[in-house]
Design a protein around this ligand. Structure first.
Ligand SMILES: [Fe+2]
Ligand SMILES: [Fe+2]
Length: 317
């Protein structure tokens, strides 16, 4: 119900609240997937991908990863609304609207990159031109994880409870946005950014346009994940949600993440192996569980969560 008249507060918003601070940060850091990723950067990416530094298998691997990201961003854009509908605190509502808008922009960025870089390069090099929606890209584990996430979010509309909210945050904010997406970014940045964490020897090329877009997406995701972690920690600490439910949900879903990471055909000399990605995802999940199940553990401030240093390991908790 809209609070036109409301005797419980003076001002409409509480800018000093946790969610109020996150919303201000989101507005301040606004970016445009078209204006802020200049055409010249995408042109440079196209010309590097047209050259000999990347072979067909490497191009296919990049294309598959981008198909998964594009589908993932579209799915989370569609799946957030139930949480927004059941949230009644206005500062949290404002933050979630910014998150919804940002997921839509992430979808737009990956769509643009496919149209303006992937397809023209595939045509020029004589590779098959494929659609980012082609079912070949989506493994059983990928489909299962996103179906479960959609179900966990929709459940809030019929059975809203602290435990179901914690489950929803575990699916959406902690596994999909945090573990799966951040592991994917780690792989991409290791391969295509000059400052990638595992950058080694010859097996990389610089894709500045891709990394520019992904760095901005990651920065937004740092804020989203921070919000989700804060909320799960609060649900355990203040609403008596059983930490065992959080732990078992995350562990179950990690199995799908591992399945997704291992479904990709391994390159002969990958910048980062499927095994290293799996280790990264598993460690990230354990760290998330430690922090959110410890009421005394402090999350870094939002300014720190959104700071991404040149594609290096993220600074988020
Ligand atoms: Fe996103
Ligand atoms: Fe997100």
């Amino acid at each position: 119900m809209p609070q036109i008249e409301d005797t419980t507060r003076n001002y409409r918003l509480d800018p000093d609240s946790f969610a109020g601070g996150y919303f201000r940060n989101a507005v301040y850091r606004h970016w445009d997937p078209y204006e802020d990723i200049p055409q010249s950067m995408l042109e440079a990416d196209r010309s590097r991908l047209r050259g000999d530094d990347i072979d067909q298998a490497e191009f296919e691997s990049l294309r598959r990863t981008l198909a998964l990201f594009g589908a993932g961003e579209e799915a989370v854009t569609e799946d957030l609304t139930p949480l927004l509908q059941v949230t009644s605190d206005v500062d949290r509502e404002l933050f979630l609207t910014s998150q919804l808008y940002e997921e839509a922009k992430h979808t737009q960025f990956f769509d643009r990159y496919w149209r303006e870089v992937i397809d023209p390069v595939a045509r020029d090099r004589g590779f098959e031109v494929t659609n980012p929606t082609d079912q070949r890209y989506f493994s059983e584990d990928y489909v299962a994880l996103f179906e479960k996430t959609a179900t966990a979010m929709e459940r809030l509309l019929s059975e809203d409870s602290p435990t179901n909210r914690a489950r929803a945050y575990c699916h959406y904010h902690l596994i999909v946005e945090s573990v799966l997406a951040q592991t994917g970014y780690y792989g991409l940045q290791s391969t295509f950014s000059p400052t990638g964490a595992d950058r080694t020897g010859e097996n990389h090329i610089d894709l500045d346009g891709l990394i520019e877009g992904i760095t901005r997406v990651r920065s937004d995701e740092g804020r989203h994940v921070g919000f989700g972690m804060h909320e799960v920690q609060r649900l355990i600490g203040e609403e008596e949600v059983d930490p065992g439910v959080v732990q078992s949900t995350l562990t179950e879903l990690l199995g799908h993440v591992v399945g997704i990471l291992q479904a990709g055909e391994e390159l002969e000399e990958p910048a980062v192996s499927n095994e290293a990605l799996t280790k990264y995802a598993t460690e990230k999940t354990s760290r998330r569980i430690e922090i959110i199940t410890d009421a005394a553990a402090e999350l870094p401030p939002v300014d720190e969560l959104v700071r991404i240093e040149g594609g290096r390991e993220d600074t988020s908790a």
